[in-house]
Design a protein around this ligand. Structure first.
Ligand code: DQA
Length: 155
């Protein structure tokens, strides 16, 4: 059986990791993040496609693609987390697990970051562990897919 596909989607400003507010987001670059996600996924027999966009419409299109192809998503919506109802409505159509991730812990930051319009349509959220948030999220997806397969397996 070929490795199961997983989309790791990233919203605005995340390609600037490494130079963007390193005191908050760390020194690792987006390339480092991509390599970490792909390696983590590979070890769990998943193939991760890591994408980033600053464009809400493009992100919504990727979410539609995932819904149509029943692909699990690890999503860092970045600032869209806090106000994008378009993204939230797209994610509500999901047909596979969705893990919301954040590098920082938005609950411990400014007031406007305390609201996630995405959280209620996600399977769950992992935040505050730096890039390790993505590792934990990919592990959670792998675990959920294993449980699903076991449940649907014919005896
Ligand atoms: C973020 C947190 C958001 O509040 C912020 O807008 C981001 C990054 C994080 O990963 O910690 O761009 O999603």
């Amino acid at each position: 059986m070929s490795a199961r596909r997983l989309l790791v989607l990233n919203g605005p400003n995340l390609r600037r990791l490494g130079t963007r507010e390193p005191d908050v987001y760390g020194a690792a670059t987006f390339d480092d993040l991509e390599a970490l996600c792909r390696d983590t996924a590979r070890r769990l027999d998943l193939t991760a496609e890591v994408r980033q966009t600053d464009d809400e419409a493009e992100l919504v299109r990727w979410v539609h693609e995932a819904a149509d192809e029943q692909l699990p998503i690890v999503l860092n919506p970045a600032a869209f987390t806090h106000y994008s109802y378009a993204l939230r409505d797209a994610l509500a159509q999901r047909t596979a697990p969705l893990v919301e991730v954040h590098i920082s812990n938005p609950a411990a930051r400014e007031e406007f970051r305390h609201t996630s319009v995405v959280a209620s349509v996600a399977t769950g959220t992992i935040a505050g562990f730096g890039l390790m948030s993505y590792v934990l999220a990919i592990q959670a997806v792998a675990e959920m897919l294993t449980v699903q397969n076991r449940t649907h397996a014919t005896p």
